[in-house]
Design a protein around this ligand. Structure first.
Ligand SMILES: [Zn+2]
Ligand SMILES: [Zn+2]
Length: 369
């Protein structure tokens, strides 16, 4: 049966409208999901300018409504998280343990309008096939996705707390644990304490970092960083170019030499090299926020033996990482409920986006009735 769904559709001009769309039954290897909650992330804002109509949203949790032929790992009624880096399991990267950067399916920035081959199922609008953000499009009460995009779970957790695992939590936590492989007892500095930065802080705390230094220009956000595990707070000056002054304070806190690890979570292109200024020689700088612009870098910042990493999606292996994150939540180690500042109806999505852009929320989540 074809379902009528309500969805946020990017209008191709930097904005979106709420539309009635058709969501068709799942084909072979596909799953139709009734979404219950969808987190809002900066990429959703960016996607308003991808230049083609598509269903917004890539951070979802819901219930399987029906499955297509050949789907065995989930059945109708199962609770699932959605994974936006859908692996093909056959390409070079998938076969060598890097399914987050699958060569076939992962649209990386989601900006390729011709990735039709990866477009599972059929979502139609105004009589034409409609694309979905990262081939999942979670800001809709129904979606059809490839079976590799759904991870079942059986943990007691509100949908709004669960859905954020699908992007912000995974990206932050994974950048610490999967990418940097942060060692217990070490020191870490986190630049920017938004939705992703707070999860880097949680990852560092859970990994046993001895010193977790949060840097932000907003005192309220620093207070939140403390709640999530930061041991030291540095209120940065907005005119501190490249955060060089803040880096002096970080060095002071870390034996004069700098932190073992630095994580950039600001999304500000000019700060792409800032974590390098914060880490000691042979330390590791991680660019978490996905900066893609051209910037100028003083190569002295790379001296000496420093490593700079740029992981996608926290090097996620969702079928292993999502259950692990849910276990950490059940044990009380991973704070998810506390990350949800506010929930919204789909009709109030614009407010949710405005609140995110103004930095009012740790995470805002759209919930579906
Ligand atoms: Zn692949
Ligand atoms: Zn995201």
């Amino acid at each position: 049966m074809i379902f009528q769904a309500k969805a946020a559709v990017a209008d191709n001009k930097g904005s979106f409208t709420i539309e009635e769309i058709e969501v068709h039954p799942p084909g072979a290897g596909e799953v139709r999901v009734a979404l219950k909650a969808s987190g809002i992330c900066h990429t959703d804002y960016d996607s308003l300018n991808w230049g083609y109509h598509h269903v917004l949203g890539h951070e979802g949790a819901g219930i399987v409504e029906s499955v297509g032929e050949g789907v065995t790992h989930v059945k109708a009624g199962d609770k699932v998280l959605l994974n936006w880096a859908i692996p093909c399991r056959c390409c070079y990267q998938c076969q060598t343990g890097h399914q987050n950067i699958c060569e076939k399916n992962s649209p990386v920035t989601g900006s390729n309008p011709d990735d039709g081959a990866a477009q599972a199922g059929t979502t139609r609008w105004r009589g034409e096939a409609l694309k979905r953000s990262f081939n999942i499009g979670t800001l809709s009460n129904y979606t059809v996705v490839k079976q590799e995009a759904v991870i079942p779970y059986n943990v007691e957790i509100p949908f709004e707390s669960a859905c954020i695992i699908g992007c912000g939590v995974m990206t932050g936590y994974g950048s610490v644990v999967n990418a940097a492989k942060l060692a217990a007892g070490s020191s870490a500095v986190i630049l920017g304490t938004g939705g992703v930065g707070l999860n880097v802080i949680q990852g560092a705390r859970i990994s046993g970092a001895a010193k977790i230094i949060a840097v932000d220009v907003n005192q309220q956000r620093l207070d939140m960083a403390k709640q999530f595990g930061a041991t030291h707070l540095i209120l940065a000056d907005r005119d501190d170019v490249g955060l060089m002054k803040a880096s002096e304070k970080v060095k002071e806190l870390c034996g004069g030499r700098g932190a073992d690890y630095g994580f950039e979570c600001t999304g500000i292109p000019a700060l792409g090299a800032a974590p390098l200024a914060m880490v000691r020689n042979a330390g590791t700088a991680v660019q978490v926020s996905g900066i893609e612009q051209t910037i100028e870098i003083d190569m002295n910042l790379f001296e000496w033996d420093k490593i700079y990493m740029n992981p996608l999606y926290g090097m996620a292996m969702p079928e292993f990482d999502f259950p692990k994150l849910l276990d950490l939540y059940s044990q009380g180690a991973l704070m998810l409920d506390e990350l949800i500042t506010r929930t919204y109806a789909l009709e109030n999505l614009q407010q949710a986006i405005d609140d995110m852009m103004a930095g009012r929320n740790a995470k805002g989540v759209v919930v579906f009735p």
